[in-house]
Design a protein around this ligand. Structure first.
Ligand SMILES: Cc1cc2nc3c(=O)[nH]c(=O)nc-3n(C[C@H](O)[C@H](O)[C@H](O)COP(=O)(O)OP(=O)(O)OC[C@H]3O[C@@H](n4cnc5c(N)ncnc54)[C@H](O)[C@@H]3O)c2cc1C
Length: 370
């Protein structure tokens, strides 16, 4: 039976960053990272809208907006090669059905110290004035998950983390004074048990899918099958990112790994949702789901606000399970979930909510663990 100081389950952005943190700054020498896919950062860390949040998106959650403002500079410092800045970002405020007016949005940005100015006429005229109250130029970037994946792999290698790919973890148990993690090679079915004093469950959608002594998270989770359409934008939108606030509207953002734009729509991006529970494996549910695109409906509605989208070319869609905390459904906030399980001492479950929240998790590691 292999013995480790720590085992990380899940090789997304969070699992890889925490594994590196343990080896580089916290004196863990034998660390194993277990990931069911064949490559790192291929699930939600890749299949997302790539927005590095800077607060603007969260007028209903001051804390999330404020933490985004604090975390963005750290992300840009630590992952400069993955940051795409060479595009113009616009936030437009809808006249009807928006939870925020233009005046309130200006005040909110002032409160969180986020830069904002009226968009030049050449850009604001892209929007339908009967439906859009105001258009603002803001400072928001995108990240390239494929660059993050390369950086993560290099860092894990440099710091001596043992990475095992194509391995599915089935259960977490206590065994004498250690934690036992039972896993199986997906390709061969060969199973193995690894033990460690500390286990980090960084499996995002899979957070509650373990048997053994794993008690589940106390925080309730909602799972959503989501679709983001990948579009080749027309010249008028090519250098732009656009978000319409704050209600049943849309975002169109550069997606650096494919050099395309993602199009998401609050009404059409979520296809299906359910309350998370053990035994309903979200990955399996997505695999069994017939992923029929809703791009036509997205484009039809978006064109009412931004007519140029009619000239965009649909390429394909990213379908992924999105996991959010039930308690934030109303305010759309994205706090971290960081739970220690008293029934399973040494085991922690972590869900970041958005990519820059890694810094909130590392802060929590300081307080809770070492
Ligand atoms: C549609 C969508 C849009 C989003 N937009 C943004 C955005 O614009 N900006 C932003 O900051 N954030 C966004 N997010 C959130 C962001 O993607 C996540 O917060 C972040 O990627 C989570 O990283 P992670 O490492 O926790 O999860 P993941 O990258 O999903 O990693 C978890 C890993 O665990 C593995 N795993 C699961 N179960 C097991 C098991 N039993 N055994 C072994 N391995 C297992 C999975 O294969 C996976 O690789 C979005 C998410 C979605 C889905």
């Amino acid at each position: 039976m292999a013995l480790y100081d720590a085992i990380i389950i899940g090789g997304g952005f969070y699992g890889t960053a925490i594994a590196c943190e343990l080896t580089t700054r916290r004196g863990f020498s034998r660390v194993a990272l277990l990931e069911r896919e064949q490559k790192l950062l291929t699930r939600s860390s890749y299949n997302n809208q790539a927005r590095i949040h800077n607060g603007y998106h969260y007028p209903r959650s001051f804390t999330t907006a404020y933490r985004s403002r604090v975390n963005l500079p750290s992300f840009v410092r630590d992952y400069p090669d993955a940051v795409k800045r060479d595009f113009t970002k616009l936030y437009a405020i809808a006249r009807r059905n928006s939870n925020v007016t233009a005046k309130q949005f200006v005040r909110f940005c002032k409160d969180i110290g986020a830069k904002l100015e009226p968009a030049p006429q050449a850009l604001s005229k892209l929007f339908e004035p009967r439906l859009i109250e105001a258009v603002f130029l803001v400072q928001e970037y995108a990240f390239d998950a494929s660059v993050l994946a390369v950086q993560a792999a290099a860092e894990l290698n440099r710091t001596g983390v043992e990475v095992r790919l194509g391995v599915h973890v089935n259960s977490i148990r206590t065994e004498t004074s250690r934690l036992a993690v039972d896993c199986a090679q997906i390709a061969t079915g060969v199973s193995e048990t690894l033990t460690a004093r500390t286990v980090f469950n960084c499996t995002y959608s899979g957070l509650n899918q373990f048997s053994g002594d794993f008690p589940g998270t106390r925080t309730r989770l909602k799972q959503e099958i989501t679709e983001m359409a990948l579009m080749e934008p027309p010249a008028a939108l090519a250098g732009l990112g656009v978000t319409v606030m704050d209600g049943p509207f849309f975002s169109m953002m550069p997606f650096p790994p494919r050099k395309l734009h993602t199009l998401s729509h609050v009404r059409y991006t979520p296809h299906l949702h359910w309350l998370d529970q053990p035994g309903i494996d979200p990955y399996q549910r997505l695999e069994n789901y017939e992923c029929v695109t809703r791009v036509d409906r997205m484009v039809r509605d978006v064109a009412r606000y931004l007519p140029a989208v009619l000239d965009a070319r649909y390429v394909d869609s990213l379908f992924e399970v999105k996991t959010v905390l039930v308690k934030n459904e109303g305010d759309d906030g994205r706090p971290i979930l960081f739970e220690k399980h008293p029934e399973l001492p040494g085991c922690y479950s972590i869900l970041g909510g958005k990519i820059d929240n890694i810094y909130d998790c590392l802060e929590k590691l300081d307080k809770e663990i070492l």
